[in-house]
Unconditional design. Structure first.
Length: 137
């Protein structure tokens, strides 16, 4: 019985965290829809700040567990599949854009160039973190 209490407490905190994030997203979208984007943005920022504060407090000041091993493994698999999907699709998309640019059919515009830099930063950051985790002491 004592071992399930931190998990049950963690589920309550998770619901609170997801609720805060949902309130923030809905506020942002509603504020934009009714042309009150600043108010929506303020509520969004406060809700997300509350969610992150809750995460940090639970992680470092509480015995509650936000996720068990099964959920952690599922999150890892989902992240891996998502990164592979966007990584490979992005790679082929940029090769196609470079090919179109090289043949003169469609020049590489400023938006595509910005996306290319963002893609490179994400991939290089992922690679550096992966190497760091692999060879950490």
């Amino acid at each position: 019985m004592a071992t399930t209490r931190p998990i049950q407490d963690g589920r309550k905190y998770r619901r609170l965290i997801y609720g805060l994030i949902a309130v923030g997203i809905v506020s942002l979208l509603a504020g934009t829809a009714i042309e009150r984007s600043l108010a929506g943005l303020v509520v969004y920022a406060l809700a997300v700040l509350g969610a992150f504060t809750t995460i940090l407090l639970v992680r470092y000041r509480s015995s509650a567990v936000l996720q068990d091993e099964r959920e952690h493994r599922l999150e890892q698999r989902a992240s891996h599949i998502t990164f592979q999907l966007f990584g490979y699709l992005g790679l082929f998309a940029f090769i196609g854009l470079f090919f179109l640019d090289a043949t003169g059919q469609a020049p590489l515009g400023a938006t595509a160039e910005t996306l290319l830099y963002a893609y490179a930063v994400i991939c290089l950051t992922w690679g550096a973190i992966c190497i760091g985790l692999r060879y950490r002491v």
